[in-house]
Design a binder for this molecule. Sequence first.
Ligand code: RNT
Ligand code: ZN
Length: 417
Amino acid sequence: MTEKQINQSYEAAKEQYAAYGVDTEKAIAKLGAIPLSLHCWQTDDVSGFESKGALSGGIQVTGNYPGAARTIEEVRADILKAASLIPGSHRLSLHEIYGDFGGKFVDRDQVEPKHFQSWMQWAKENGLKLDFNSTSFSHPKSGNLTLANPDKGIRDFWIEHTKRCRKVSEEMGKYQGDPCIMNLWIHDGSKEVPANRLKYRQILEQSLDEIFATDYKNMKDCIEAKLFGIGLESYTVGSYDFYLGYGAKKGKIVTLDTGHFHLTESIADKISCLLLFTPEIMLHVSRPIRWDSDHVVIINDDLLDLTREIIRCDALSKIHIGLDYFDATINRIGAYVIGARSTQKALLMALLEPQDKLQQYEAKEQLFQRLALQEELKTMPWSAVWNYFCLKNNVPAGDAYIADIEKYEQSVTIKRK
Ligand code: RNT
Ligand code: ZN
């Protein structure tokens, strides 16, 4: 596609949307202002730099495609490569195990802001803002229970870890002059139904109260629920009901990971509920296939429903959009870029919706007309607007990023053995 073709197609699309009262320029401006929080862990299969131990905590990465990043330099290079193919300015979400530990073993209850100093500098130099995650998986003390563990020694270890992660987040937020969003997800649960479900939830509530006792100004806390983890199928301490209740009561942000619910449950439908009762919303955009499989995000009905809901609720200022998937069966940077661009495309399609017209139909009970327009919108030339958006942001339009990633694979990632 030449620049001329992109411009011509855009002009035609612009007129078509204008006929429905939709301003494509406004949609593009809004899309350009939506940061995605890119998940650093797509580059190296959630390994990090603490130890070379196996991934645990009920999550799993499948595949062994060559070229995973092995060092902090490689992770950074891959993130910059991916970011160069994703239009707009974005954020980077780090897990605690990605600290710059300088080759030393730093246990989770010892982590300090200094371990993320080089990340902060690097992020600033590259125009990225940082978000953070405590890491309670892949550790000898993880077991099946961390913050909900009746063993005080183990529980206190994880409480200390999480408190320190909040401190790291606070320093990141201060450094970048923008709040760092810290996500807390723990896998705590059991394979069989426990003798007492309440017991562990009471312990988790107490642990959280202790962790959140300090107020910070430059970070925001999010709590992420889950349906189940592998090997922990019967009971999850931090279920959705648990965290929704906690978040609503204590004013904490609830993270909705789109892979963490029953497969027929609509995540889109939860947005307008949470907006009424919790301060903001954090999203982990993922794609579950039969379970929380963390497939690469693609444009599907679930994603479109979710992004439409964000826009229809006019909630962009209250919703943080993070990605959370990991695929090691294909080129990892390719996976990164597909998921990020597809999320942006879905947001664009939502921004191009003629909301006034749809609402007018609805108010007049013209329900055939409402459904017909929704169907027409599916085949409107949104991709012409997308390509123009890419052009304006100096990133490859259409499928041109494929060749770019192939080149990077040949010159960089294939050489990692
Ligand atoms: C796990 C959660 C969690 C993790 C990351 C690595 O099911 O989704 O968010 O994927 O923290
Ligand atoms: Zn998640």
